[in-house]
Design a protein around this ligand. Structure first.
Ligand SMILES: NC(=O)C1=CN([C@@H]2O[C@H](COP(=O)(O)OP(=O)(O)OC[C@H]3O[C@@H](n4cnc5c(N)ncnc54)[C@H](OP(=O)(O)O)[C@@H]3O)[C@@H](O)[C@H]2O)C=CC1
Ligand SMILES: O=C(O)[C@@H]1CCC=N1
Length: 278
């Protein structure tokens, strides 16, 4: 099986390196292209067996093809490779605002959307999967097996795309931001250095992740366990409750507003294209 990647920016590179590191796909079975050749050359010099080519060559050779460009770059890529796409290929969109129906209308391929996460770099975290209508059981198994090497694949419904991606894909940035705020405040208010505070936060968050992973505590049970009656945690939780009450509601409203605009732009991008494959 040959896996192709069009776009070796942040996400294309993360996926390629995760598949190589996991051992799921040997570098010689990966072929990649990118608009700017320098980025591709840098990746190829790190993984010497990795193959590179034009978008057309990648589309021709890949059995499983990841489109790893930004949403408004999809049309250019699809126009370029449309004659190289055949019904046997799995075509995977990594972007939330391009849906499977749009790609099914545009190509004869078996289409799915796979939204990854930077956490997949550590062969960890989720990937969000939405199957198109042409995916049969064997194709599903094939894709889930592949994604399981680098993540926990979770099937999501179309209507849950944005919020699921907010949590799985944007979440690492959101929580890194909050952790950095914690560090900055510790440095501002106490004698800890940034380095010391960062070390403490890092160990805390890794430990918390492991606790949650082994299922020992739910989130509320964990808070209750740490919160000694009459102790300091309760005082801190009270501040958090008061000061962050609406913060995630506002965040979700903002990401959904942006998503609605993106979806509209993608719809316009595909508007002139007739549905030729149904
Ligand atoms: N970053 C993340 O954590 C996540 C990203 N995603 C999704 O992944 C997608 C890509 O994001 P990200 O990797 O961060 O973005 P980047 O801008 O880092 O990568 C996009 C890549 O696509 C390349 N590209 C653009 N047009 C073409 C073309 N016509 N032919 C070949 N290559 C092309 C760009 O090349 P060039 O070098 O010329 O710019 C660039 O390397 C987005 O749709 C995003 O929604 C999903 C989940 C998480
Ligand atoms: O910021 C973005 O749009 C992408 C989507 C998910 C994570 N990063």
């Amino acid at each position: 099986m040959h896996i192709g990647f069009i776009g070796t920016g942040s996400m294309g590179t993360i996926l390629i390196e995760a598949f190589i590191e996991s051992g799921a796909v040997p570098p010689a079975h990966i072929i990649a292209s990118n608009r700017t050749p320098e980025k591709l050359r840098a990746l190829a010099s790190k993984h010497t067996a990795l193959r590179t080519g034009t978008n057309t060559v990648v589309a021709q050779e890949a059995d499983v093809l990841f489109l790893c460009t930004k949403p408004l770059e999809y049309r250019t890529v699809l126009d370029e490779i449309q004659h190289d796409l055949t019904p046997d290929k799995l075509l995977l969109s990594v972007t939330s605002s391009v849906n499977v129906q749009q790609l099914e209308a545009y190509t004869p391929c078996k289409v799915a959307r796979v939204i990854p996460s930077i956490t997949n770099t550590a062969l960890s975290g989720a990937s969000l999967v939405t199957f198109g209508s042409r995916f049969h059981d064997a194709d599903r198994t094939r894709l889930i097996t592949l994604l399981s090497a680098i993540s926990t694949p979770i099937e999501i419904e179309e209507q849950d795309t944005r919020i699921s991606s907010d949590i799985v894909s944007c979440g690492p940035a959101f929580f890194s931001f909050l952790l950095q705020r914690f560090i900055d405040s510790a440095v501002a208010k106490t004698t800890l250095t940034e380095e010391q505070a960062t070390k403490l936060i890092t160990e805390m968050i890794i430990g918390l992740g492991r606790l949650l992973e082994d299922g020992r505590f739910s989130l509320p049970a964990l808070q209750a366990k740490v919160c000694v009656p009459g102790g300091v945690t309760g005082i801190g939780l009270h501040v958090l409750d008061k000061e962050t009450r609406d913060v995630f509601l506002h965040l979700i409203e903002a990401t959904h507003r942006k998503f609605d605009v993106d979806v509209l732009e993608v719809k316009e991008m595909f508007a002139d294209k007739k549905n030729s494959f149904h």
